[in-house]
Structure formats: structure tokens, C-alpha cells
Design a protein around this ligand. Structure first.
Ligand code: B12
Length: 217
């Protein structure tokens, strides 16, 4: 399938929600799956926007407008998929998602959470910048089977090992999964235990979900 990444990005950059949605819905009508749409259209468009920003071709304000328009598209898409009953309902399992302390990049985390819902999981999205003590409180109370962590900035990885260890040590022993743009290029396994799962992209996550959504995790 051909993806209009730059055209989609141009609508995000001017905040044209309807035109950006038009491209999204056309992709769905041509049978693009959620993972493909997220990876090939939305992620690539945001990376392209990052490139324009880095090269001074757009301003910080343009990038913020693109981000909020992108978040609107993600929320509308999620709502559309729910209405169309394109969600698969298998599991009675729970997954909690959060970004490491100080981390503001939440779009990938939201995508991961939606993918879990597609496979029938109940989700809670705690979003950006969550200090570990609150993550622990929340996880102790809700007892998710899986806890998804995300980070995009290199120096935020310093606290990754602390999060993983504390969350995996909770009495109900959740599985901790980690994602973020740096995972495609760097090996973070020394920050993890042998139980932690690292996912550079949603394609790998999808494979894992297919395997773990029916039987016990
Ligand atoms: C949008 C954006 C922002 C927004 C984020 C808003 C939001 N609500 O998310 C705002 C304006 C807040 C922002 C701020 C900053 N940003 Co910024 N940002 C971006 C930008 C343009 C796009 C990020 C994005 O949404 N990508 C799309 C998502 C879908 O991709 P993704 O996160 O990689 O997620 C994918 C996978 O990693 C995976 N995934 C992600 N999380 C998870 C979690 C799980 C559990 C799983 C399974 C999978 C998974 O799934 C996704 C699909 O494959 C990038 C450019 C880029 N190349 O990424 C810069 C970028 C990441 N930012 C950058 C920088 C420098 C900053 C700032 C420091 C700028 C500043 N001076 O203030 C601050 C830091 C904020 C902070 N403390 O975190 C740099 C980072 C460079 C570095 N050294 O690490 C980048 C690369 C831009 C650049 N080229 O310089 N940013």
C-alpha cells in the first residue's frame, strides 16, 4: 500500500483535522490494519515532522500543532474502531501504560495501549512523566498483568532499570514491557531482567499479543 506520509504530515502541521482524518479513513477502507496505519503513516509522519523541526524548517509551535492534531486523529481512530466493532475481544487481562519520569513523548505509548485493547485487554493509560512511586501505587491497586513503559530521550534511560526492577518485584509479578524510538538502535537489555520484554516497534508487539492474549501471560 502507498502511504501519503508527507501529505498527511502537511495536514497535521496546519491543524487540518478533517483532511488528516480523510487520509486515515481512506487507508482503513483499503484494509490497512491498525499496526500498519500506526507504523507506516502516523509514526513516519511524526518522524518527518521531527526532521523538519531539527532542520529549522518548522517552528516549535508548528510541531506542537502537529502533535495535538495527531493526538486527535489517534483518539478519533480509536473511537471509530470501537464503533465499527473492529476490536477483538478475547482476554480478561489488564495492561497499564506510563512514561518514565520527565518523559513527555506519549504518542507511541497511546498506540501500544490501543493495540492491547484490540486484542481484548483492559487498559489504563497513565500518560507522560509518571514518578515511580505513583506507578507503584497504581499498579499495586489495579494489579495489571502487563505494565508498558515508554521513553524517547536517551538520558531518561538512566532510571529505566529502577522502574523495571521495582515493578517486576511487585507481589503480583506483572510482566514489564518497554518501547520507544531508541530501542531500534540501541540494546537496553542490560537495564532489564530476563523477564522484561523489549519492543522496538508495534510489529513485534503484535506477534507477542497474538501469542499471549488467549492463554496465561
Ligand atoms: C512530538 C515530539 C515532541 C512532543 C511530544 C508530545 C507528545 N504528546 O508525545 C513534545 C513537544 C512534548 C516534545 C518535547 C521534546 N522533545 Co520531542 N519529539 C517529538 C517528535 C517530533 C515526534 C515523536 C513522536 O510522537 N513520534 C511518533 C511515535 C509514534 O513514535 P515513537 O515514540 O518512537 O513510538 C513508536 C515505537 O517507539 C513504539 N513505542 C513507543 N512507546 C512504546 C511503548 C510500548 C510499551 C511499546 C510496546 C511500544 C512503544 O511504538 C511506536 C510505533 O512504532 C520526535 C521526532 C522523532 N524522530 O521521533 C521529537 C524528539 C523525540 N524530541 C526530541 C527532543 C530533543 C525534545 C525536547 C528535549 C525538546 C526541547 N528542547 O524541549 C523535549 C523533551 C520533552 C521530554 N522531557 O520528554 C528529540 C530527541 C533527541 C534525543 N537526543 O534523544 C527528537 C528525536 C527530535 C529531534 N530530531 O531532535 N517532543
Amino acid at each position: 500500500m502507498a502511504w501519503n506520509v508527507e501529505e498527511f504530515a502537511s495536514y497535521l502541521l496546519i491543524g487540518d483535522e478533517d483532511m488528516a482524518w480523510d487520509i486515515t479513513i481512506k487507508a482503513i477502507e483499503r484494509d490497512a490494519g491498525r499496526t500498519e496505519l500506526f507504523e507506516e503513516l502516523i509514526t513516519k509522519a511524526m518522524q518527518y515532522i521531527g526532521y523538519l523541526w531539527e532542520n529549522d524548517q518548522i517552528t516549535v509551535a508548528d510541531e506542537h500543532l502537529a502533535t495535538s492534531t495527531c493526538e486527535y486523529i489517534l483518539a478519533r481512530f480509536h473511537n471509530y474502531m470501537k464503533k465499527e466493532q473492529k476490536l477483538r475481544l478475547f482476554a480478561e487481562k489488564k495492561a497499564l501504560f506510563l512514561c518514565l519520569e520527565n518523559e513527555q513523548h506519549t504518542i507511541g505509548l497511546k498506540m501500544a495501549s490501543q493495540l492491547f485493547e484490540e486484542y481484548g485487554w483492559k487498559t489504563q493509560l497513565l500518560g507522560a512523566n509518571l514518578p515511580l512511586e505513583y506507578a507503584l501505587q497504581s499498579a499495586s491497586k489495579w494489579k495489571p498483568d502487563v505494565i508498558g513503559l515508554s521513553f524517547s530521550i536517551w538520558y531518561h534511560a538512566e532510571i529505566l532499570a529502577k522502574y523495571i526492577q521495582a515493578l517486576e518485584d511487585l507481589p503480583h509479578k506483572p510482566v514489564v514491557i518497554v518501547g520507544g524510538r531508541l530501542l531500534s538502535n540501541y540494546d537496553f537489555s542490560s537495564y532489564c531482567s530476563d523477564k522484561t520484554c523489549l519492543f522496538p516497534s508495534l510489529n513485534e508487539l503484535k506477534g507477542w499479543l497474538m501469542e499471549h492474549s488467549k492463554q496465561g501471560v
